[in-house]
Design a protein. Structure first.
Length: 237
């Protein structure tokens, strides 16, 4: 056996394990827990998973060329366009909720974050909300991408959507990237919108709790500012 073949044989169990649902959920949990602590979890997880993603992609491309069934699910575009829809935490849904918020702070963050979120850049919403070290947002921030991973994994395994066969720029809008990565299978784009709807439901109650908290703070600040003005400058609106 040649040395490269021996190395691949040695790591084959690890490669196989990387394509399982438990491995995917573990990657999601680790990456998002790190993000919650202010550490770029996606960069760390991507660095660890990149060799496995590339191996799985190569196997899918070989199977495609041979006209056989594609063997692997967990490839980088699967992570980017299904699991972390709009960026880590699947926060595109949260940005949409912010756009309709009664809180001036959240509405401003929503407006600033919308365009970047379309291209899977969500630092504005993560640090602007903030989500980092915000206990109200921890559950949906970790839970939404986990739900996405479970649904997308089973949809792919059952061939309801196409498996990934090409690398796509991670900044592609999610419906475009999901279809593009699977050879322009439109079922993939449809699943993105389904996941977005589910993410809206997951984030909504936590968004309302946080919005209520911020509205109380904003009202208290306005009252404090009004009381601090001279009598002739009081607002009678």
């Amino acid at each position: 056996m040649l040395l490269p073949g021996a190395i691949m044989a040695l790591f084959q169990p690890l490669v196989s394990a990387s394509d399982t649902l438990p491995a995917i959920l573990l990657a999601v949990l680790v990456g998002h827990t790190l993000w919650f602590a202010g550490i770029h979890g996606s960069a760390i997880v991507s660095g660890i998973m990149a060799p496995f993603w590339l191996y799985n992609l190569g196997q899918n491309q070989e199977a495609l060329a041979a006209g056989t069934a594609l063997p692997h699910v967990f490839i980088e575009p699967f992570w980017t366009f299904f699991i972390v829809l709009g960026g880590s935490g699947a926060t595109f849904a949260l940005v949409l909720l912010y756009l309709k918020s009664k809180s001036a702070h959240l509405k401003t963050i929503g407006r600033l974050s919308f365009a970047p979120a379309v291209f899977n850049i969500n630092e504005p919403v993560i640090f602007g909300s903030p989500i980092v070290m915000n206990p109200i947002m921890f559950i949906p921030f970790v839970g939404a991408p986990m739900i996405n991973a479970i649904i997308a994994y089973f949809a792919t395994s059952m061939d309801w959507i196409g498996k990934m066969v090409s690398l796509v720029p991670w900044t592609a809008p999610a419906p475009v990237g999901a279809a593009w990565g699977a050879g322009w299978q439109l079922n993939n784009a449809v699943l993105v919108f389904v996941l977005l709807g589910i993410n809206l439901v997951v984030y909504y109650p936590f968004f309302k709790i946080y919005e209520k908290q911020l509205l109380a703070e904003e009202k208290a600040m306005e009252t404090s500012e009004e009381e601090g003005k001279p009598a002739g400058e009081q607002s009678y609106a």
